[in-house]
Design a protein around this ligand. Structure first.
Ligand SMILES: O=C(O)CCC(=O)C(=O)O
Length: 278
């Protein structure tokens, strides 16, 4: 895969409001919303050091949940060091702290501001990207998110996300339409080569917001430390509260279909490059 990309930094950390529990200290300004509407992404501060520590402890708990749960899903990939957890999803029915963090307070307020409408949670996942964990091919999320056209997602960084450990790369200003896709539902190589890709390092506690049509990709984790990130996705409530339907559809499609040869299936498109555990 051709991987030339520039690096961009935080775009706006002004206009921050006072403390909101638990450890959240952010709001978006009109300039932030303008940036998001123009580029399709926005980097904000979300958690202070205590909030990051709490989120890390929740992630440690969730990673210990049994593989066969009461509705949550764990996915595993094969790395050179053996099988590792790569994703957990459908988590909020089983974790009150996480439910509060992503369905009340600053995150849902920012999502509502970016959607310009009251937001509701569409889905949630954690990508662990443990050492040796694989990256994601260039894609837009919208083809993997059925029922409606527009969503806003965010990556809440649990660990610092860097070029070395597989931070996201985005293509700015490309979120108005769906791009051409290949057999796996990812962006065709010709289109990928025509886009400018920007690396977006995200520090633990910061949040990278992006539209579900914002093209993005990421590399493997070539470091010795985890690169965990929490990804809630929201939609406008006027379009429906679709979370239960989303997971019903996902479970049904996973039961009916196979992953591409040798790959782990974590999504309704084939963006994840992780090897199957077998
Ligand atoms: O966590 C990453 O590196 C990328 C995740 C991603 O693109 C996705 O889950 O759709």
């Amino acid at each position: 895969m051709k991987r030339s990309a520039r690096t961009i930094g935080i775009v706006n950390d002004s206009n921050r409001t006072g403390q909101n529990p638990p450890g959240i200290r952010t709001a978006v300004s009109p300039a932030d919303i303008e940036h998001f509407n123009r580029t399709g992404w926005l980097l904000t501060d979300t958690l202070d050091a205590a909030g990051v520590e709490e989120l890390r402890s929740w992630m440690d708990e969730i990673a210990e949940w049994p593989e066969q749960g009461d509705g949550w899903m764990h996915h595993y990939e094969l790395t050179d060091e053996g099988p590792k957890l790569c994703r957990s999803e459908n988590l909020i029915p089983f974790h009150s702290g996480l439910r509060e963090l992503i369905t009340t307070g600053a995150l849902i307020e920012v999502a509502s501001a970016l959607l310009d409408s009251q937001a509701v949670l569409y889905k949630e996942k954690v990508n662990y990207k443990l050492p040796g964990g694989a990256g994601y091919a260039p894609h837009q999320d919208a083809p993997a998110y059925p029922f409606i056209d527009s969503h806003v997602s965010c990556m809440v960084a649990i660990d610092d996300s860097t070029p070395e450990n597989g931070c996201l790369e985005v293509a700015s200003g490309q979120h108005q339409m769906l791009l051409a896709t290949d057999d796996s539902g990812c962006i065709t190589q010709e289109v990928v080569d025509s886009l400018q890709w920007d690396l977006v390092p995200v520090q633990a506690g910061q949040t990278l917001w992006f539209h579900s049509r914002t093209p993005h990709r990421s590399g493997a984790n070539n470091s010795r430390l985890p690169r965990r990130a929490l990804y809630p996705t929201y939609n406008a409530l006027v379009e429906g509260d679709l979370r239960d339907e989303y997971y019903e559809r996902k479970v049904a499609e996973f039961a009916a279909g196979e992953a591409a040869e040798g790959r782990v299936r974590v999504s309704l498109i084939g963006d994840f490059q992780g090897r199957s555990v077998g």
